[in-house]
Design a protein around this ligand. Structure first.
Ligand code: GDP
Length: 440
């Protein structure tokens, strides 16, 4: 386990427990777990809604909310207190017990949920891309108040919907929010629902995978508790939490080779190289040898935390913390891929993408985002325009790709990153998302 001729440790290598993880999984009958991203135009009410949801589910207590409310009043920010519930960063982070993401976990009787984004984060879009590439479904928050929906659709509502779909999210729960501001108008709800249904189906969401719930995040109507407002009595469908529970998690690639994207690397008492992230495919167990890409270095699983509790093993679909041994911290970074050394993901600096264009594409410089990773590169060639649904070639070597079109494009990177078919990547340029798609 030497790195650049340097011996990291003389300790004997850990031994894998050699468990049959799949049969362990069968035996343990874990609670269903599902993760989602929260997207929508700025000020649509995303953080207020999540704060209120956690309050109504008693994940955070009224005392915390009262305290925040008082602080918010002092600063003259009235109703922002609920948003602050989510924007707090835990102090324990440096101790490595709780990762950032863990504060956004909650459970109902049936399901353990993880909220995969950070509302209010300055680099929201980057977190959203990272979150969406790991999410089972999305909650799209729409501001129903007069004109707000209309301007949102011109703004981020459209961009976010296209983005999450291109990142592989196929189910969306649309929370039509702030209905208190329009006196719970059923007409307004239906108007927005109709327009959004149309738009989301052109964005390639199947009607059966779209749900709409009329809510007020601020007052907590139809989140966990049904609205007691008589003006809202026309709605008898599921509440937001019921819709979240109705969302089947995507199928887990349990039998594929191990792939885990590193969300964050940090130092803990247990290990100088502690990583958090989600297992996208396969499984791992204590003592396993792992390969970190792009550094190509080996590491061993010293211990595993799953839902903040020690675990002997973990499988695809779980968000975990791994304490690694026998590797130097310089070889592991946010966005890296941890994989099975016998069936590793390879490094490349050129790839072909089946991409949906958000903006005009032509040979040009782009920033490539995959999970947390981003890397400078350029669109080197555009071999073909493709039919949106069948994927067949409709035109060879187009000069440009117009927004809304699907094309096969070749991207060249400034240096190698771990790449393989089936990954989702986003291309950005000048602070805008210009395309997103699937690696071929
Ligand atoms: P975000 O940018 O999407 O996270 O939006 P925030 O949660 O910060 O909310 C933006 C503003 O909308 C704040 O002033 C909230 O108090 C307000 N707001 C959020 N939800 C509701 C709602 O259901 N009704 C009303 N009237 N205002 C809301």
């Amino acid at each position: 386990a030497g790195v650049d001729g340097l011996k990291i440790s003389d300790a004997p290598l850990p031994k894998s427990k050699n468990l049959n993880v799949l049969s362990e999984l069968e035996k343990s009958k874990p609670k269903r777990s599902a993760s989602f991203v929260v997207v929508g135009h700025v000020d649509a009410g995303k953080s207020t809604m999540m704060g209120r949801l956690l309050l109504d589910l008693k994940v955070v207590d009224q005392r915390t909310v009262d305290k925040l409310q008082k602080e918010a009043k002092t600063e003259g920010k009235g109703s922002f207190h609920l948003a602050w519930v989510l924007d707090q960063r835990p102090e324990e982070r440096s101790r490595g017990i709780t990762m950032d993401i863990a504060t956004r976990r909650f459970e109902t009787e049936r399901t353990a949920f993880t909220i995969l984004d950070a509302p209010g984060h300055a680099e929201y879009i980057y977190n959203m891309i990272a979150g969406a590439s790991q999410a089972d479904f999305a909650v799209l928050v729409i501001d129903a108040s007069t004109d707000a929906f209309e301007s949102g659709l011109k703004g981020q509502t459209r961009e976010h919907s296209l983005l999450i779909r291109s990142m592989g999210v196929s189910r969306v729960v649309v929370a039509i929010n702030k209905l208190d501001t329009v006196a719970w108008s059923q007409e307004r709800f239906n108007e927005i629902k109709d327009q959004m249904s149309g738009f989301l189906s052109t964005a390639n969401f199947q009607p059966k995978n779209i749900a709409f719930v009329p809510v007020s995040g601020l007052y907590g109507d139809n989140l966990v508790h049904r609205s007691s407002n008589p003006a809202a009595s026309w709605y008898t469908g599921p509440t937001l939490i019921e819709e979240l529970e109705n969302s089947e998690p995507s199928t887990r690639a349990l039998e594929k080779p191990l792939r885990m994207t590193v969300f964050e690397v940090y130092r803990t008492m247990q290990s100088p190289v502690t990583v958090s992230g989600r297992i996208e495919a396969g499984s791992l167990q204590m003592g396993d040898a792992l390969l970190v890409q792009p550094s190509g270095q080996r590491a061993y699983v010293k211990s595993i935390l799953s839902n903040d509790a020690p675990a002997d093993w973990a499988v695809a679909g779980q968000n975990v913390v791994l304490h690694l041994s026998q590797i130097d911290p310089i070889h592991v970074r946010d966005g890296d891929i941890i994989c099975d050394p016998a069936k590793p993901v390879l490094r490349a600096d050129t790839f072909t993408l089946k991409a949906l264009a958000f903006d005009i594409l032509m040979p040009m410089p782009v920033e490539v985002h995959r999970g947390r990773l981003n890397q400078a590169g350029r669109i080197a060639a555009i071999p073909a325009l493709l039919d949106k649904t069948s994927g067949t070639v409709v035109k060879k070597k187009p000069k440009i790709v117009k927004p809304g079109m699907v094309a096969r494009i070749v991207v060249k990177l400034e240096s190698q990153i771990p790449l393989e078919a089936g990954q989702r990547v986003v291309l950005r340029s000048g602070g805008q998302t210009v395309a997103a798609g699937l690696l071929e």
